[in-house]
Design a protein around this ligand. Structure first.
Ligand code: UT7
Length: 312
């Protein structure tokens, strides 16, 4: 038996903020944002809508998709850098709201790579047969730490949540390999400052991402004795279309074989990969037995990838 994904779900807030809307608050243009990043609009959570609320809706949807009752979850992992409060964790809030009374619960902090870190952690518990069902959520409300006067960052970010249920799948399916990494020396390239704002050295993060995403994608495929040509579908962290395209070109896969949600959601941190996964599954873009690669990078600096043979 292996560990794989039994169900997917996602949630995006209703409020849409377009590039034209941002032209009114910072010195930018729709043309600059679209051509440099691929982003056309993003979702922004309401004032009273917190990470735990978005996580709840995404989790409910994933549980339904997996046909699993909340009482059967053994562990909840929530990847986030924007919890409602430092403690209790979003995972504990979610445990209560879902009625998952048998689940242990904790948050995972690895910025935009958080979901991949959570997924790989879940895999370990399932493969060790410690737990049967682990709920992994990636959620961020970046709008609450965005400096809305900084055009270098505010045009990039959005809010949302994505979730998966991880459990046992048949041999040869599920998560076949992974790579997790960190370089704390790069911590000052992307961090939260004393005013609670997200601060980023865009050019340095760009260089890091363009190198790391393709490298990690190829590594996880080679770890299972396959070649990059064997990849059927790529789900990169949705940070910048130019970074995503660099990873796709290095893998040599066709344009329609890469998930692209950045145009309508922007960069929603740890939610970006599970939202892209959930949408791709629901749109029928991922088929039974497809080899998919999830790959992310983010503050820390951190990075992570997983190769998954789709199916149960
Ligand atoms: O998940 C978190 C990970 N974060 C990322 O992945 C972000 C990685 N970095 C990037 O995506 C890109 O570096 C950015 C999108 C942030 C910036 O794109 P760039 O092509 O690297 O632009 P740049 O930083 O080299 O700036 C080019 C020019 C600058 O003006 P000057 O110095 O040439 O006069 C910027 O001041 O563009 C200017 N600029 C803007 N202009 C209009 C920066 N932001 C904006 C803006 N609108 N919003």
């Amino acid at each position: 038996m292996g560990a794989g994904i039994l169900g997917v779900g996602h949630y995006a807030p209703d409020k849409i903020v377009t590039n034209k809307d941002l032209e009114k608050i910072v010195d930018t243009t729709d043309e600059w944002i679209t051509s440099r990043t691929g982003i056309e609009e993003r979702r922004i959570a309401g004032d009273n809508e917190n990470s735990s609320d978005m996580a709840f809706f995404a989790a409910q949807s994933a549980l339904k998709d997996a046909n699993i009752n909340a009482k059967d979850i053994d562990l909840i992992l929530v990847a986030t850098v924007t919890p409602d409060t430092p403690f209790p964790s979003v995972a504990c809030m979610l445990q209560d709201r879902l009625g998952a009374q048998h689940a242990a619960a904790m948050d995972v902090s690895a910025a935009c790579t958080g979901f991949v870190y959570g997924l790989v952690t879940a895999q370990q518990f399932i493969e060790a047969k410690t737990y049967k069902h682990v709920l992994v959520v990636g959620v961020d409300k970046l709008s609450k730490i965005t400096d809305w006067t900084d055009r270098n960052t505010c045009v990039l970010l959005g809010d949302g949540a994505g979730a998966v249920v991880v459990g046992e799948v048949s041999e040869g399916k599920g998560i076949l390999s992974h790579e997790l990494g960190a370089n704390g020396a790069g911590g000052r390239e992307l961090y939260q400052n004393e005013n609670d704002h997200l601060v980023m050295n865009g050019r340095e993060v760009f260089k890091f991402a363009v190198r790391q995403m393709p490298e990690s994608s190829v590594n996880v495929v080679e770890k299972i004795g396959l070649k990059k040509e064997d990849v059927d579908y790529l789900i990169p962290h949705q940070a910048n279309i130019r970074i995503m395209e660099a990873a796709r070109e290095r893998l040599g896969i066709a344009e329609e074989k890469m998930a692209k949600t950045i145009k309508k959601y922007g960069n929603n941190s740890s939610a970006s990969i599970p939202i892209a996964l959930s949408e791709s599954v629901k749109q029928g873009k991922i088929k039974e037995n497809d080899l998919i690669v999830l790959v992310g990078f983010g503050g820390g600096l951190t990075w992570g990838a997983a190769a998954i043979r789709w199916g149960k």
